[in-house]
Design a binder for this molecule. Structure first.
Ligand code: IMP
Ligand code: MG
Length: 182
């Protein structure tokens, strides 16, 4: 995407799908979900970059139990219509997962392929437990059956941006989630 003016940047935003206020309320509740998991074993929040960085920043400030933060850059590659691919990790978690309740923090589940592969990879490292918290879910787009443990918003099949999510690297900085005109 090549945006050349502020006017064009604004014109491409079709409509707000989830407001700042709605996000804030949902994050308070998601924080309580994470707090309820704590049982004396530390929690490790694993943010899948880049899309989940804003979500992680707000969510981790609603967590009031011992917790650490890690980042991971993972991309899955597929041949044709295969339901599982090869995950390429360009930045990995440095922690020994065997010591933690691991919670993957994701921006959006679309086909389900990325998380299916990331979960398989992290589960093989024997975490005390493994859960997935996602900001958004588009179940209508699923190719691989995948269900998160906690979903803040389920949305229809729209391409959305903002609050960390991008279109051609733009719009991650919007404080709300909006549909984009492509
Ligand atoms: P999937 O579930 O493996 O198909 O991949 C999900 C990834 O695709 C997300 O982590 C996003 O990076 C990207 N993605 C899917 N839908 C959207 C959208 O509506 N807006 C922005 N990024 C999206
Ligand atoms: Mg992502």
């Amino acid at each position: 995407m090549n945006i050349k003016s502020v006017d064009e940047f604004k014109r491409k935003i079709n409509k707000i799908v989830i407001s700042e206020e709605e996000i804030k309320t949902a994050i308070d509740r998601a924080g309580e979900f994470i707090n309820s998991i704590y049982d004396g074993t530390p929690i490790l929040l694993v943010s899948i970059l880049k899309g989940s960085f804003v979500f992680l920043a707000d969510l981790c400030r609603r967590v009031n139990v011992p917790c650490e933060i890690a980042f991971m850059v993972a991309k899955s590659y597929y041949q044709g219509t295969e339901s599982s691919g090869v995950v390429k990790i360009s930045m990995d978690v440095g922690h020994d997962l065997g010591r933690y309740h691991v919670i993957i923090i994701e921006d959006i589940i679309d086909t389900g392929r990325t998380l299916t592969d990331v979960v398989k990879l992290l589960r093989a490292r024997n975490p005390v437990s493994l859960r997935v918290v996602t900001l958004l879910d588009k179940p209508d787009r699923r190719i691989v059956d995948f269900k998160a443990d906690y979903t803040l918003f389920t949305i229809p099949d729209l391409f959305v941006v903002g609050y960390g999510l991008d279109c051609g690297e733009y719009y991650r900085n919007l404080p709300y989630i909006a549909e984009i005109k492509e």
